[in-house]
Design a protein around this ligand. Structure first.
Ligand code: URA
Length: 238
């Protein structure tokens, strides 16, 4: 027996809080009966419908994809571009946890566990995200410090972060660097370097918590290991 709001959230339909709202708003039916009571429990045999859609309870899966450039991190694309689902070997209704840009490569988690996805993308979640960045121009020490202290991008001040392994290529006036952030605002890394005058030419997420790309090639996908899942969950709840 599971609480109705948990079953709805676990199906990936929405967050638990939203599920509670849908229940109290009278949008949820169990075996054809409207249920507005939040404490209601259901079994695997009960048929749950939300907004006229039957909720299916699938076993949860958790993958790590080495996303190549040239794929969108959504489950469909209005311009017909390739999506990351083209690389996922499952019939389950999975989706990416957060986003990487079309031209960004690297670690991307894929799941059908709505609660895990909400936990990972919550602003309170403090998992480290490590990126390798190639940018235009030579990144000066002072510019690194400005980014590391926190910089205003549009109307938002980024949290302190770290920048290391800065290497210059004076032949073509570019730099490479590693940046570790604990946030995930839209286009955040690109905007941070752009703000100090260094447009990003190439971006790769090499690590998320303890999840790395070790032993993987672009386009490879593997199951998340139980200890990796445990660490990501713990970071989310800390
Ligand atoms: N920051 C970006 O700018 N793009 C990404 O894809 C990820 C982080």
């Amino acid at each position: 027996m599971e609480r109705l709001q948990k079953v709805i959230a676990q199906s990936g339909y929405c967050s638990r809080r939203k599920a509670e709202e849908l229940i109290t708003d009278g949008k949820v039916f169990v075996n054809g009966q409207k249920v507005t009571e939040l404490g209601t429990k259901v079994t695997n045999k009960d048929i749950v419908r939300v907004n006229n859609l039957t909720i299916t309870r699938e076993e949860h899966v958790y993958y790590v994809l080495y996303k190549p450039e040239g794929y969108v991190s959504t489950t469909s694309d209005e311009f017909g571009r390739k999506t990351i689902l083209d690389l996922v070997p499952t019939e389950k209704r999975v989706y990416p946890v957060g986003r990487l840009d079309y031209d960004t490569s690297g670690v991307l988690l894929i799941t059908n566990d709505g609660e895990f996805s909400n936990l990972m993308t919550s602003p309170k979640h403090k998992v480290e995200k490590e990126y390798q960045v190639k940018m235009k121009g030579l990144l000066r020490r002072e510019e690194s410090k400005i980014i590391a202290r926190g910089i205003v991008i549009e109307h938002y001040k980024t949290k302190p972060c770290s920048i290391k392994d800065v290497v210059y290529n004076t032949d073509n006036e570019t730099s490479t660097a590693t940046i570790i952030i604990r946030e995930g605002k839209y286009h955040q890394v690109k905007k941070m370097f752009e703000a100090v005058g260094h447009p990003v030419l190439k971006l790769k997420r090499v690590r998320l918590g303890i999840v790395t790309l070790d032993g993987m090639r672009k386009g490879d996908i593997r199951l998340l290991k139980p200890y990796e899942l445990k660490q990501l969950r713990e970071l989310g709840n800390s």
